[in-house]
Every structure is written in structure tokens, then in C-alpha cells.
Ligand binder design. Structure first.
Ligand SMILES: Nc1nc2c(ncn2[C@@H]2O[C@H](COP(=O)(O)OP(=O)(O)O)[C@@H](O)[C@H]2O)c(=O)[nH]1
Ligand SMILES: [Mg+2]
Length: 390
């Protein structure tokens, strides 16, 4: 089996955005000429900047070589960066190969950004917070990339995280790059795509990566595993604030931020903050050597937003000094490798022809009580291994 099979699912490739005529984040809407032909480098001294019109038709986009992608990403050409991400998000094996060459080509320019994950229930204000923090960071000399990991979009086709129209202000900053969640595929596939997108953004010079996610399935754990700093955004509510809040999520957080501390809500937000802070005191810290605290902010008035960045900065200094930062990055790379292997194996198993054909019957026998679960699993696995060896 080729490495191409790592690419998620067996679906048709998504179409890429046509140059200029569509927003850079809109892969679903795009023209149909993309890409089974992006492969294939050039042998001459092609500088990657010329059009190669096909006879008779006006070209809507030029094809890019691997080298075009690499130099485009490294020089932060946003159109090319978007197309490189579309390539990474594609489910087509040939795109996968090209994407891997592009990633390899930029890899040494990655890893220098501060990676921040932001989770919280829908409506907590994650997007608004990211917009506030992102805009403030851009005004203070940073280059900010915003990504989303939204496993709901692959299942329900609807996005829990909402769309990027909310980040209108941030999207006008020339130092900001906003990319919505890729659609389609398993959470494993989604994870690979998000991580690689993060690398591409880093290679393009974005020094802060903000990843929005929501507490669905494993997505929080997934995002914790790809960022340096993980924060939980919460809001005040009626009654017991902490009720219904999963202890596990709080244990992942390097900070809990009570958002919407504005107007009539300020006092309540402060009380909520104190409650969370007390609670955090009893939890295992998410990051060794760092005591997670709770804070308040308003993503509308911006009060407390720069202070959250101060916390992140202090966290990075502490974690780098203690070696925890490097160790976590190392572990993250290793778990990335493992999750890709697992994802690949799962797909290879369920896509296996013999398994596919016989699975319904074997499962039916289990359901009818005519076959033990263990025996069924063994039968399926032997179908898989037998034909793989043969
Ligand atoms: N008053 C107030 N409203 C906010 C604040 N942050 C977000 N909101 C509002 O809360 C709603 C949900 O925000 P959104 O960012 O979409 O939440 P998300 O689902 O967590 O991304 C929107 O109507 C926002 O305008 C805040 O700090 N203060
Ligand atoms: Mg949102």
C-alpha cells in the first residue's frame, strides 16, 4: 500500500478556489479545473509565475508545481497558501503525495509559532474572542492565523463553530489569515489536515496560531495535542456555574477565561472566575510546572483580552525554561505519527474488499446470537491479514 493511502477517505477531491474570483477560504465553491494535474514538476527554469493557458479557453487558474507551492508559502503569498491548504485538505491520493512534498519542503521553517487552542460551548464567544485577540495581536506586530477543528461539520455538514463571517474585522487585517474547518473525513483525517495546515501557516510566517474547537467527541483532546497553550472559554449562567462542566475539559486547560465580563454581567463574571479558580486548585495541572488560573475578559469591550496574551506569554517563557515546552512538542510529534498510523490502519481495514463484503453477514450472525463477538472479530481480522499477505 502506498503512502498515498494515508489521505483521508476515498472521496473525490474537493475543488480548489479559482484565483481571485472567490474568497481564499472557499474550497467548496470553486471551479472544476483543479488539480488532478497539479502533480509533476518542471524541468526548465520556470519561475512559477507564468500562466500556461490551454488552447482555446481562457485560463482561470494556473497550475502550480511543488516548487511553486513551496516558494509561494514561504513568501506568504496568501492565494498560494490557501491553495496549499486546499491540497492538504484534499482526499485524493495524488494530492496527498504533492501535499507531503510541499510540507517536507517547508518543514524547516515551521515550529516557531505560539500555538493556542481555544475551546468552549457554542455561544461562549470563542470566535468573538479570537477576533478580539487576533486583531489586538495584529495591531501589535504579530501575524495571526486562525484555524478551526470542527468534527461536527463532517458528520452533520453543519458547523457548530459557526462561519467566519463573524470575524469580519479580523479578516480585514492584512496580517491575519482565517481558515475554516476542513470538511469531510474522520476526526483522524481532520486532525492531520489541521496539523498540516498549521505547519503551512507557520512556514508562511504566522507567529501566532489560534485554533478554535468545540467540545464534541474527542476534538478537545485532539486540539490539546496540537497546541502549546490550551484555554477554556466559559460564560456565567444562571445557577451553579460549574454544573455540567466536564472536569476532564478543565483538566486540559492552562487557563479558564470567563468571557462576556461586560455591562451588567461584570460582577457575576468575577464571582464565576473565583469559583473556577477555586476549582482549578483541586485539579491536576494540565502543564507540569504551571498553575492554571481563571480570568475574566470581554471580547466586545476588549477588557482583559491583552491580559490573556500576557498569561500566554508568561506560560511560554515558563514552559520553555523548564523544558516542558520542548518535551510536549516532541510528544506531540510522536503522537501525530501514531495517530496517522492508526487512522491509516483503520481505514485500510474497513476498506478491505473481503472485510467489506463479509462484514454485514458476520455482524448479522453476531446480532442473532449465532456467533460470539470474539470469534467474529477474529474472522474479520483473518480476512484482512490473509489477503494482505497473499
Ligand atoms: N456581551 C458580550 N457578548 C459577547 C462576547 N463575546 C461574544 N459575545 C456574543 O456571544 C454570541 C456568541 O459568540 P460567538 O463568538 O459566535 O461564540 P462561539 O460559538 O463560542 O464561537 C455572539 O452573539 C457574540 O456577539 C462578550 O465578551 N460580551
Ligand atoms: Mg465560533
Amino acid at each position: 500500500m502506498s503512502s498515498a493511502d494515508f489521505s483521508s477517505g476515498g472521496k473525490t477531491p474537493p475543488e480548489a478556489p479559482a484565483e481571485r474570483s472567490l474568497p481564499e477560504w472557499a474550497p467548496e465553491n470553486a471551479g472544476s479545473e483543479f488539480a488532478s494535474r497539479v502533480m509533476g514538476g518542471v524541468n526548465d527554469s520556470h519561475d512559477g509565475m507564468t500562466f500556461t493557458p490551454s488552447a482555446g479557453t481562457a485560463p482561470r487558474r494556473r497550475q502550480l508545481t511543488v516548487q511553486d507551492y513551496i516558494s509561494g508559502v514561504l513568501s506568504c503569498d496568501r492565494t498560494i497558501l490557501s491553495r496549499a491548504i486546499t491540497l492538504v485538505e484534499s482526499n485524493s491520493p495524488s494530492h496527498f503525495e504533492t501535499a507531503q512534498q510541499v510540507i517536507s519542503g517547508v518543514l524547516k521553517e515551521t515550529g516557531r509559532a505560539v500555538r493556542v487552542g481555544i475551546t468552549g460551548v457554542p455561544g461562549a464567544g470563542k470566535s468573538t474572542f479570537i477576533e478580539a485577540l487576533g486583531t489586538w495581536l495584529c495591531e501589535n506586530g504579530h501575524k495571526v492565523a486562525v484555524l478551526a477543528v470542527d468534527p461536527s461539520s463532517s458528520v452533520t455538514k453543519g458547523s457548530i463553530l459557526g462561519d467566519k463571517t463573524r470575524m469580519e474585522r479580523l479578516s480585514r487585517c492584512k496580517n491575519a489569515f482565517i481558515r475554516p474547518s476542513p470538511s469531510g473525513g474522520t476526526l483522524g483525517g481532520l486532525t492531520r489536515k489541521s496539523r498540516e495546515t498549521m505547519l503551512l501557516c507557520e512556514a508562511a510566517g504566522y507567529d501566532v496560531i489560534l485554533v478554535e474547537t468545540v467540545g464534541v467527541g474527542q476534538s478537545e483532546v485532539t486540539v490539546r495535542d496540537m497546541v502549546d497553550f490550551f484555554m477554556l472559554l466559559v460564560i456565567t449562567g444562571a445557577g451553579d456555574e460549574l454544573q455540567g462542566m466536564k472536569k476532564g475539559v478543565m483538566e486540559l486547560a492552562d487557563a479558564i477565561v470567563v468571557n462576556k465580563a461586560d455591562g451588567d454581567n461584570i460582577m457575576k463574571a468575577r464571582t464565576t472566575r473565583a469559583d473556577y479558580d477555586r476549582f482549578l486548585h483541586y485539579l491536576r495541572p494540565s502543564t507540569e510546572g504551571w498553575v492554571s488560573h481563571a480570568y475574566t475578559c470581554s471580547s466586545i469591550t476588549n477588557d482583559g483580552v491583552p491580559e490573556v496574551w500576557e498569561v500566554i506569554t508568561e506560560f511560554m517563557e515558563t514552559a520553555k525554561a523548564s523544558g516542558v515546552f520542548m518535551e510536549r512538542r516532541k510528544q506531540q510529534s510522536l503522537s501525530w505519527v501514531r495517530s496517522m498510523v492508526e487512522d491509516h490502519l483503520l481505514r485500510s481495514f474497513y476498506d478491505h474488499p473481503a472485510v467489506k463484503t463479509q462484514m454485514p453477514e458476520i455482524e448479522a450472525r453476531v446480532a442473532q446470537g449465532n456467533l460470539a463477538a470474539t470469534q467474529a472479530a477474529l474472522e474479520l481480522l483473518s480476512l484482512y491479514t490473509k489477503q494482505n499477505q497473499g
